[in-house]
Design a protein around this ligand. Structure first.
Ligand SMILES: *[C@@H]1O[C@H](CO)[C@@H](O)[C@H](O)[C@H]1NC(C)=O
Ligand SMILES: *[C@@H]1O[C@H](CO)[C@@H](O)[C@H](O)[C@H]1NC(C)=O
Length: 624
């Protein structure tokens, strides 16, 4: 088993290296070498205005951008990049290293009719941004952080301008000032370390020779009544930079304000320390007191008077209802948990360089497939420990259940994307690759895991189960399953709240968010919180002579998923205004998927932690 795991880890490490290399190897240019400019899909900028979640292909026929000779060709992209809506094509820009400095060049002339003008104007009003890539770097606008006066690069730049005085008819940006920052690596060898674009709208005559004069010109307003010519122009400026290639991403990844992350992290750590102190007080003090009293009573008196959690010693390991579903959920949760853990470790080690777009999603999917063996193993062992007999069915559903559900949701979402005609829709071929990855690698590995799990068999329990179940006295209200789940979910949710906000904004506004350090720490804090809260509630439950803790500990662990769901709906209602039905369906679909996966992961942590604690608890007392 360990040999298999080790070789899996090795192959994963190697393959993730392979993910990393294409984007990570520096590219050297000599003077006059061709520098390719690739165009990615248009995305809405997050400016609090109108966030349509849809992305549009750059070469959407209605946008009328200049096409390269022979039509656009698609550039190869990673699986994750495609999933996240990357649609990268080549472009007609003719850029040569260190040549044509500051020369005004015409890209092409094109004509838009009234219909197309309306389409473009609508996209400008929705604050769509252009996304270009040069040498793996996204084109950005240089901005100043108003609070700190620091310069930072904001990825993407505006399609047009609809601020004052252009609210009525927006101005289309048809001129691009491109500043390419280069670093001289050695004599005659150059590397690109920064891509900045300032878009301008230059109106007036669109037919004659271009001057690229950006000052004192009227903007280009598109009439929605008749057809009209547009001339696209650009000017490249080569600017020497002292930034070495290795740190070229630093300007892009400046976290807007790291203080808020620190604040949230300190906040979560305080919560965790508070919790740990509380749990250790309760569990260590009262439990050791209980145990010594239980064991003392036995020695001094013949008649045994039981109280507290010892009363249910004959019940705690009674099989819960639906042990198979619980086993399957735990197995899948463990699989997801390992996936998240390994992905975060890779991210922290720097394997998932942002220079290789989409690598995060790719690594996550590959990890998930390979950790099928962990899922199968955990599921099968938990299932037999809970007294399950139908091991084959358990192995089968573990291997296929979750992938099928997730796949169905993704398929449905994709369907909505297709309806909305968005280029974010996953192509059929990619869906096929994912299905192959899941059902071709994950499922067999899961079956192998189940085989080893059932060979190792059930976990031995320290106390026997009574033949006749006990009556359960009515317990306090807060220990009822749903109130306990909601109550206990607040703490882990509170610990993760701020990071969640940033992840949401980056997911739904296509902004780079790479504070992996903060995410990893937050995930660790959340895991510890979930485990301690579940143990605490399980202890309370057993003290109240409520012995049906299996399902409840899972629910208590996963309780934060309900808060995440509620928060997502709140975020939608307060910050996003998605008007079309398909955008709302998409948002809700992603949100549901996120909450579902979170429920499985944290529920598994809660259940396994409680299982461990219950076994420890009942091994410590003497029972005749
Ligand atoms: C390009 O032009 C700008 C502005 O005139 C100048 O600062 C820069 O040094 C020039 N770059 C090269 C490589 O000549
Ligand atoms: C070129 O770089 C220098 C700093 O290295 C900067 O001050 C200047 O504004 C840059 N030029 C352009 C056109 O961006």
């Amino acid at each position: 088993m360990y040999a298999i795991l080790a070789s899996l880890a090795l192959s994963l490490a190697l393959s993730s290296n392979a993910f990393y290399l294409p984007g990570a190897a520096p590219r050297n240019y000599g003077k006059g070498d061709q520098v390719d400019l690739f165009v990615n899909a248009l995305t809405p900028m997050l400016s609090g205005k109108d966030d349509a979640k849809l992305v549009h292909d750059y070469y959407n026929p209605k946008l009328k951008f200049c096409q390269p000779e022979g039509g656009p060709t698609k550039q190869s992209e990673s699986l994750g990049g495609i999933l996240f809506g990357d649609r990268i094509f080549n472009s007609p820009f003719d850029i040569k290293m260190l040549e044509s400095n500051q020369t005004c060049q015409t890209l092409c002339k094109t004509t838009v009719d009234a219909d197309e003008a309306k389409f473009i104007n609508d996209r400008i009003r929705e604050d769509y941004a252009l996304n270009w890539l040069i040498d793996g770097l996204p084109a950005a606008e240089m901005k100043v952080d108003l609070r700190t006066n620091e310069l930072f690069y904001d990825i993407g730049f505006n399609l047009g301008n609809d601020d004052e005085p252009f609210e009525q008819s927006p101005a289309l940006n048809n001129h691009y000032e491109i500043v390419l920052r280069y670093h001289e690596y050695s004599e005659g060898v150059y590397r690109i370390v920064g891509v900045l674009v300032w878009p301008y709208s230059i109106g007036g005559d669109q037919q004659g020779d271009a001057t690229c004069n950006t000052e004192n010109t009227d903007p280009l307003l598109l009439k929605e009544t008749s057809s009209q010519d547009i001339r696209y122009t650009y000017r490249v400026t080569w600017n020497e930079s002292s930034t070495p290639w290795a740190t070229r991403w630093d300007n892009y990844l400046k976290i807007a304000d790291p203080r808020i992350h620190w604040f949230s992290l300190v906040n979560s750590i305080v919560i965790v320390i508070f919790l740990l102190v509380m749990v250790s007080m309760i569990l260590l003090r009262s439990v050791t007191r209980d145990i010594s009293r239980y064991n003392a009573i036995d020695m001094s008196e013949d008649v045994q008077e039981d109280w507290g959690w010892k009363l249910v010693h004959g019940e705690v390991f009674r099989s819960p209802a639906h042990p198979m579903i619980l086993g399957i959920m735990t197995g899948n949760g463990a699989q997801l948990c390992s996936m998240v853990g390994v992905t975060l470790v890779f991210a922290l080690l720097g394997f998932l360089s942002p220079s290789n777009r989409g690598s995060l999603a790719t690594v996550m999917m590959v990890c998930f497939s390979f950790f099928g063996c962990i899922g199968g193993y955990v599921s099968s062992r938990v299932y037999s420990s809970l007294g399950g007999m139908d091991k084959r069915k358990n192995a089968f559903v573990t291997a296929t259940g979750l992938p099928t559900i997730v796949f169905m949701i993704v398929f449905l979402l994709n369907f909505f994307l297709l309806i909305a005609n968005s280029s974010g829709a996953v192509p059929f071929g990619t869906l096929l690759v994912i299905a192959l990855l899941w059902f071709g690698i994950s499922a067999p590995l899961s079956a192998i895991g189940s085989y080893f799990g059932s060979k190792h068999g059930a976990i031995r329990h320290p106390v026997r189960v009574n033949p006749i179940p006990r009556q359960i006295p009515p317990g306090p209200k807060y220990l009822r399953p749903w109130s306990a789940a909601l109550l206990s979910g607040i703490l882990p949710f509170g610990a993760a709240f701020v990071e969640l906000y940033f992840i949401m904004s980056s997911l739904f506004a296509s902004k780079a968010y790479y504070a992996f350090g903060f995410i990893a720490l937050t995930a660790a804090v959340m895991g510890i919180t979930v485990a301690t809260v579940s143990i605490l509630f399980t202890y309370f439950m057993l003290c109240a002579e409520e012995y049906r803790w299996h399902w409840r500990s899972f629910l208590i662990g996963g309780g934060n998923a309900f808060w995440i769901l509620a928060y997502g709906v709140f975020y939608w209602a307060s910050r996003l205004s998605l008007d079309s039905f398909s955008s709302v369906a998409l948002y809700m679909g992603y949100l549901f998927l996120l909450a579902l996966l979170d429920f499985l992961v944290t529920g598994t942590i809660g259940f396994l932690a409680s299982y461990w604690a219950v076994r420890k608890l009942y091994s410590a007392i003497r029972i005749d």
